[in-house]
Design a protein around this ligand. Structure first.
Ligand code: NI
Length: 254
């Protein structure tokens, strides 16, 4: 049993074959897919997909790349979307000081305001953090939110421990299958399975052996196998534990 805890099925990369992608995931043993909104329009599309497919849940949020356009009206709209059926978390939200597509101060403001919405609605949060570790940790700490996940984790094992202490899960993407990812392998080694989730972040971050192609939820089995190899565990145990963690975090009942 597998769960893809972070996919972007709503993105246009899947417009021509979305149903086939979801069917391939089911055939590969993927029980649920969490499809993650990154702006108002795509969040709405994620909600529509969750309504259409039994095995899909949605989240809503404004990604730091999209923060520049977020005004009061859009944030009110996000709050309304966050209340829709099958929305299991608020995100992805956070800071991206690597690409800086939105101005930093605007990212900080929009992240902070969205954590307030999540807190008010009692939703766990999905965090995007790129080259902003200290600031993200400080803001999460100050938010009072103690339930969520650091998606596509890019910190070291010491930071991962801090996240776990704050009540957060660490999500491992397909990049763990790449050769040059000692940092993430070290995190996988040192953080107990009860705090780890698995994700594709598809259509991005395609794992080996499909690197170079579009990523999709069925490929998550390769990430599970790599994590299992690092932890010297049967991959089915890793898949089962990560799935149970994902259900617990997002309040998915069976
Ligand atoms: Ni993502």
């Amino acid at each position: 049993m597998l769960i893809d805890s972070h996919a972007h099925l709503e993105m246009s990369e899947f417009d021509h074959d979305r149903r086939n992608v979801i069917e391939r995931a089911i055939s590969a043993g993927v029980e649920y897919i969490i499809t993650v909104g990154t702006n108002a329009q795509l969040s709405q599309k994620a909600i529509a997909l969750a309504a259409e497919f039994d095995n899909v849940f949605a989240t809503v949020g404004i990604h730091p790349h999209d923060a520049a356009a977020a005004d009061d009206e859009i944030l009110d709209k996000m709050k309304e979307l966050a209340r829709q059926p099958k929305v299991v978390a608020y995100g992805e939200i956070g800071l991206d000081f690597f690409r800086n597509i939105s101005p930093r101060q605007k990212q900080i403001d929009v992240f902070s305001r969205q954590m307030k919405i999540a807190r008010e609605l009692n939703l766990p949060i999905i965090i995007h953090d790129r080259d902003a570790h200290e600031q993200v940790l400080r803001m999460v700490e100050e938010s009072g939110i103690r339930r969520g996940v650091f998606h596509c984790f890019s910190g070291d094992a010491e930071m991962a421990k801090k996240c776990v202490e704050l009540g957060f899960y660490i999500s491992i993407p397909g990049t763990v299958t790449f050769d040059k990812t000692k940092n993430i392998a070290d995190v996988v080694k040192k953080i107990p399975m009860e705090y780890l989730l698995l994700e594709t972040d598809c259509p991005y971050l395609t794992p080996v052996p499909y690197r170079g192609k579009r990523n999709e939820p069925s490929f998550i089995v390769h990430t599970a196998k790599k994590v299992a190899q690092i932890k010297s565990l049967p991959w089915q145990d890793v898949a089962r534990a990560a799935a149970a963690n994902t259900k617990k975090l997002f309040g998915i009942k069976n």
